[in-house]
Design a protein around this ligand. Structure first.
Ligand SMILES: Cc1cc2nc3c(=O)[nH]c(=O)nc-3n(C[C@H](O)[C@H](O)[C@H](O)COP(=O)(O)O)c2cc1C
Length: 94
């Protein structure tokens, strides 16, 4: 079964509902979605991830990330990271 990593970040629940639908549809189509809230950073590792990654994330306020994604966004915006950091990932952001 083809695995992919499915991450979501939501403020009011819509992005999580979409991720859950993707999770169900994936299973019905022979894929295995490894789904986590993006804040559960101990459950996944993008640095070593080899499978495709789908991120479902909403925006709130004035284009701000949900509270559960703040730590993640801060981490990937770290200016000390090399420009090709995470370039190995096959990813899609919804
Ligand atoms: C207070 C508020 C602010 C929002 N700000 C933005 C925004 O800046 N940009 C945007 O694209 N959508 C914005 N939206 C729309 C949300 O992204 C949209 O409602 C989304 O479905 C919410 O997803 P969630 O339930 O996963 O948090 C905003 C919605 C609310 C209620």
């Amino acid at each position: 079964m083809q695995r992919f990593l499915l991450l979501y970040a939501t403020q009011k629940g819509q992005a999580k509902a979409i991720a859950e639908e993707i999770f169900l549809q994936a299973g019905a189509h022979g894929f295995e979605a490894d789904m986590h809230c993006i804040s559960e950073m101990d459950k996944y590792n993008l640095e070593t991830e080899k499978d495709p990654v789908v991120i479902v994330i909403s925006t709130t306020g004035t284009g701000d990330p949900p509270d559960t994604a703040r730590k993640f966004v801060k981490k990937i915006r770290d200016k000390t990271l090399p420009p090709d950091h995470l370039a190995h990932l096959h990813r899609s952001v919804c």
